[in-house]
Design a protein around this ligand. Structure first.
Ligand code: OGA
Ligand code: MN
Length: 292
């Protein structure tokens, strides 16, 4: 893919290089395990708004250091799922295919991640950014894909923009489970995470740009027959996840990614030997603002 002309690196107090035209930049020469201070923090935030996906290369953070770095960008979010032993997920948890015995297993991976989504859209106040720090990655594959729904929105026809301008979609934990054929939500989880409603066309709170805010946590579109709504959701998702709007990240050990959930859909690719190769990434999520 063509890459935009290199950003004037003097704009930033670290080395930064765009990866693709649809987003993504790699940052080198910055150790984010150390406290960063307000100037670097603000520059990272600027880069985040410009590139949507930041990949800090060659990092080595402990879980505590990851929590500390993450908190520069807002409040850490707790997770809905439970560990196999019934305990809540720790605030810095691990996305992995390793089972309790430490061995790779296809059963362990969260299969929902293989479907396009934006994190926690089933919350009234969803995630601003998700951060993944690669600790172990397969020799080949195990990639994560990102689709830029701001570009997807811009490329829609005027008719479609008019059609969806005022639509609202219901998102829920229950629908999320159903949509991916996962174990159904328990009554307790449904009570804990009741359905929420968000605009289909979301305005990015920091840039004012319009984005398509859907993904596999969506149950239906309000005020529209279910099958018509389902067809529209599919059409919009198929459009905004076309190759021309997608960046596929091939992980290296030490990568620390942070991405903007307010304009990106993302998914894991099952393109590795899930049952034999090891994949472990440490994860934190920062709470955002209510979509409008
Ligand atoms: C996530 C997620 C994808 C992956 O952590 O929110 O969707 O590739 N991960 O592990
Ligand atoms: Mn996710």
């Amino acid at each position: 893919m063509q890459v935009a002309a290199a950003t004037n690196s003097t704009d930033y107090p670290f080395d930064i290089k765009p990866i693709t035209d649809i987003g993504g930049a790699e940052i080198t020469g910055l150790d984010i395990s150390e406290p960063i201070g307000p100037d670097i923090r603000d520059a990272i935030m600027r880069a985040f708004l410009e590139f949507h996906i930041l990949i800090f290369r060659d990092q080595d953070l402990t879980k505590d250091e990851q929590a500390a770095f993450s908190e520069n960008f807002g409040a850490l979010e707790h997770h809905v799922g439970r560990l196999a032993n019934g305990q809540p997920f720790p605030i810095v948890h691990t996305v992995t295919n390793l089972g309790p015995d430490g061995k790779p297993s296809a059963k362990t991976v969260s299969r929902g991640n293989y479907h396009w989504h934006t994190d926690k859209s089933y919350h009234e106040v969803p995630s601003l950014t998700t951060m993944l720090h690669a600790k172990e990655v397969p020799a080949n594959g195990g990639d994560t894909q990102f689709a830029n729904t701001q570009l997807g929105y811009e490329a829609l026809s005027d008719e479609m923009k008019d059609r969806i301008a005022d639509l609202k979609a219901e998102h829920s934990w229950e629908a999320s489970r159903l949509n991916v054929g996962a174990e159904p939500a328990s009554e307790e989880q449904k009570r804990e995470r009741p359905p929420v409603t968000h605009p289909v066309v979301r305005t990015h709170p920091d840039t004012g740009q319009k984005t398509i805010y859907l993904g596999h946590h969506v149950s239906h579109i309000h005020g529209m027959p279910r099958d018509e709504g389902a067809a529209l959701i599919k059409e919009l998702e198929d459009h905004t996840t076309e190759d021309r709007f997608v960046y596929t990240h091939r992980w290296r050990v030490g990568d620390y990614a942070m991405w903007d959930n307010r304009l990106l859909l993302h998914r894991a690719l099952p393109n590795y030997e899930v049952g034999t190769e090891r994949r472990q990434l440490h994860r934190t999520v920062i709470i955002g603002t209510k979509p409008f």
